[in-house]
Structures are given as structure tokens and as C-alpha cells.
Design a binder for this molecule. Structure first.
Ligand SMILES: *[C@@H]1O[C@H](CO)[C@@H](O)[C@H](O)[C@H]1NC(C)=O
Length: 216
């Protein structure tokens, strides 16, 4: 019996740890970010609730198509807590992506969020890869109305594989999910990661590394 109780306590403790892998449960109705507060906390200090208005929870314009005339052929409009201060401590945010035909959101990861994506227009190839050693690809072509989830922190990507433009909306489990585009971080860091190390790591010639590092 005592053993069973111990096991139950351990399981509860693990459960709590998992819950706290996301953002903590609220202790009040809201904690709108006070960007002027000198207090340093994980996130932002709370604005005086008497000063909070509907506009703190509001963002407009996500119906507007983004400009996809760029080398990736995509545009990401990602309002986080910086644009919607009411998101502070809520563990949630949203993003709209527009894609020209063949446009991509290159392989990237969010260090602080899982993501659920909905296709509003077009046909979008999506996928994520599991961690070492399996590195298994889970991928699918989505059409309008389809939904796909990207698990916490895993590398994922999107490409418009339809004939017209595509639009997706996604929701992320953080007020500030962050984004780590793999190519930008590995080949575009400042200062740069040494060519010899990268050539060895990717098992290619240094000239290829220098090529990957040069801006398009
Ligand atoms: C879209 O971006 C391109 C490249 O920066 C620019 O030339 C073009 O004028 C922009 N289009 C609109 C509608 O803003």
C-alpha cells in the first residue's frame, strides 16, 4: 500500500512537471504585459488591471494578405505578446502565413511552443521530423480546412504545392513561441560558425559551406 502511494505521488509529480513544461496556470483573470515596468520576470509584469482595456487583447488586419514577393515566396504575420499585451501569461498566440505558388516556410522550430495549423486556402505540404536517433519524417499534403499539429520544439516546414496562393492560420502554445530557422541559425549566425566545423558536421566541402553562408 505504502509503495502504491509512493508510485501515485511520483506519477503526480511527473504530471506536474509536464504541466509546467508550458506556461504556468493563471492566478488571476489576466496579467496584461506592462512594458514600462522595471520588474524583470519570466514574461512581463502585470499592468494595473484598472488600466486594462479591450485594446490590450486586440489585433487587427490578419485578413490582409502578406507580400510574398521575396526569395522564400512566403510572408509570416505573427502577432505575439509584443503586439497583443493581453497574451502575457496565457500561453497562446497566433500566426498567419501567405504563400505564393511553391512558396515555403523553411525548416524551423519553436523553442517554446507546440503549433496547430489550419489551411484556409490552397494546398500545403507540411511535415515535422522527430528527434535523434529516429529522425522520422511525418508529412502530409493538406487542403483547405485541413488541420495539422506540430509537436513541441520539433523541426517542421510548410510549402504551397497547389496552383494558386495559399493561406494558413496557426495557433501556438506560447505568448512568445520564438522561431529558430535552421539555415539562418547554423549558416547565418553572427559571428559565423567556423567553416571547418560545419564542413565536417555536414560532410561537405568548405566551398559548399561558404556558398550556404552567402546571402542570396
Ligand atoms: C512587395 O514586395 C516587393 C519586394 O520588396 C516590392 O517590390 C513590392 O512593391 C511589394 N508589393 C506591395 C503590394 O507592397
Amino acid at each position: 500500500m505504502a509503495n502504491l502511494v509512493l508510485i501515485l505521488i511520483s506519477l503526480l509529480a511527473i504530471g506536474r512537471t509536464l504541466v509546467h513544461a508550458g506556461e504556468p496556470s493563471p492566478l488571476q483573470d489576466f496579467c496584461v504585459a506592462d512594458f514600462d515596468s522595471p520588474v524583470r520576470v519570466n514574461g512581463h509584469a502585470c499592468l494595473d488591471p484598472k488600466k486594462v482595456t479591450a485594446d490590450h487583447f486586440f489585433f487587427e488586419g490578419l485578413h490582409k494578405p502578406g507580400n510574398t514577393s521575396n526569395p522564400l515566396g512566403s510572408f509570416v504575420n505573427r502577432p505575439t505578446v509584443d503586439e497583443i499585451p493581453g497574451l502575457n501569461t496565457l500561453g497562446i498566440s497566433t500566426v498567419r502565413v501567405d504563400y505564393a505558388p511553391r512558396g515555403v516556410v523553411p525548416p524551423h522550430r519553436h523553442p517554446r511552443a507546440s503549433e496547430i495549423l489550419i489551411v484556409l486556402e490552397g494546398e500545403v505540404l507540411v511535415g515535422f521530423v522527430t528527434s535523434d536517433p529516429e529522425n522520422k519524417l511525418f508529412s502530409k499534403v493538406l487542403k483547405k480546412g485541413d488541420v495539422f499539429a506540430f509537436p513541441f520544439g520539433l523541426i517542421h516546414f510548410q510549402q504551397n504545392v497547389g496552383h494558386g496562393n495559399a493561406v494558413t492560420i496557426a495557433f501556438l502554445s506560447s505568448q512568445n513561441p520564438g522561431v529558430i530557422p535552421i539555415a539562418n541559425t547554423v549558416f547565418g549566425s553572427n559571428p559565423s560558425i567556423n567553416d571547418d566545423l560545419l564542413a565536417k558536421a555536414f560532410r561537405v566541402d568548405k566551398s559548399i559551406i561558404r556558398n550556404l553562408k552567402s546571402p542570396y
